[in-house]
Design a protein around this ligand. Structure first.
Ligand code: GLY
Length: 369
């Protein structure tokens, strides 16, 4: 089981995490962005004195077998052994690919995740899912393998633009929906606009950036992040390999992944969390219709999503294509789609079968509201 640390002293916590492994050689994996903005934050730590930096491309397009091979090669050339360690410094792409590279190099070396995006802090870096995209399919190849330690240092959130904050926040919203009404309510009433660093972003809210100091809001966000990670940590500890309750984390993702893939196929990629937010609208609609999710909670949630995430343009002639994408979802069992729906906040109903007509009705609702 991985150790998850909400860090208030990154140097002390990282030094301790490295010391626990006592590696013979230490490597750091960053992408082209985190190598510039985040690596300088830790580069001079004494514990990283002889660390060897490996840099890869920064977008999901770099999450490939070729990139993985480059990382293996650089580990080999740098003299890595099974007793070495890799620190993954970046968003979900880096923690997923780096975790997979470390877990497979010489049959596995230890790794530490330092997620630098909100999405990676609350989701990707926690729970042991590692992997790469393959033949156009997201996360098609990979293994479950826990990081030795995950260190969450919320000051990295200040390096993010508004799209990336909102993208991570969608997964937090999902955690609210699958946990308690109290946590869900806090997320809906948090002044997310107050910390977004850009004005009038595409598909995002029309926020006033001329706020005084946003420190207090960042502190409030950090506390929500801590709660959110706790929700994920609890679920993953109950079911690390997704045989049952971990499927709760798939809420919003069956239709959300189809939105994400369709956007990619149309050459207009969207951030994962935006697709999840739109998927939540559809899957909460289905929950309201099929499993009794309360209407007022449905309206409150979709209102928040509409205001902050906008809507992806969708034509009803694309429904079949979306449906086809859903039938290829990795989460399907024996060709059957498995939805996770809700009876209420925290009342999780996994393995729900939903008819094509109901899915299309949910898409109609999404398009028309
Ligand atoms: N991202 C969902 C999970 O970790 O299971």
């Amino acid at each position: 089981m991985q150790d998850i640390i909400i860090s208030h002293n990154l140097e002390a916590d990282l030094t301790k995490a490295v010391g626990r492994i006592a590696p013979d050689r230490l490597f750091v994996l960053a992408d082209e962005t985190t190598a510039v903005f985040c690596w300088p934050v830790i580069r001079d730590f004494e514990a990283l004195r002889n660390a060897h930096l490996i840099t890869i491309g920064a977008t999901d397009e770099a999450k490939t077998l070729d990139t993985l091979a480059t990382v293996w090669q650089q580990l080999g050339e740098g003299g890595a052994t099974r007793h070495s360690a890799l620190i993954n410094l970046g968003g979900g792409m880096v923690t997923d690919l780096g975790g997979f590279a470390a877990s497979t190099f010489k049959r596995g070396m230890a790794f530490i995740n330092i997620p630098t995006t909100l999405l990676a802090m609350v989701d990707a870096s926690v729970g042991g899912k590692t992997g790469i995209n393959f033949r156009g399919l997201k996360n098609e190849i990979g293994v479950f393998s826990d990081a030795d330690t995950v260190i969450l240092s919320t000051p990295f959130l200040r390096t993010l633009d508004s799209h990336n904050i909102l993208s991570g926040y969608a997964e937090m919203l999902k955690h609210g929906l699958i946990s308690t009404a109290e946590h869900w309510k806090k997320l809906l009433t948090f002044d997310i606009c107050g910390i977004l660093p850009q004005i009038g972003t595409v598909g995002g809210p029309d926020c006033d950036d001329k706020q005084p100091d946003r420190s207090e809001r960042y502190a409030a966000l950090a506390s929500l992040v801590e709660e959110s990670v706790g929700v994920k940590e609890h679920i993953v500890s109950e079911d690390p390999h997704e045989q049952g309750i971990r499927k709760a984390l798939n809420l919003g993702h069956t239709i959300g992944h189809a939105f994400e893939s369709l956007a990619l196929l149309k050459g207009r990629p969207v951030l994962h969390g935006y697709a999840v937010a739109w998927g939540l609208v559809c899957e909460l609609y289905l929950s309201t219709k099929l499993t009794g999710f309360p209407r007022e909670r449905f309206y409150a949630t979709i209102q928040f999503i509409k205001e902050n995430y906008g809507t992806m343009a969708l034509d009803c002639r694309e429904y079949d294509r979306l449906y086809d994408l859903m039938t290829h979802d990795k989460k399907n069992v024996a060709g059957r789609m498995n939805f996770t729906l809700l009876g209420d906040i925290g009342d999780i109903r996994i393995n729900q079968q939903v008819s094509k007509d109901d899915i299309f009705e949910a898409l109609d609702y999404y398009r028309e509201n």
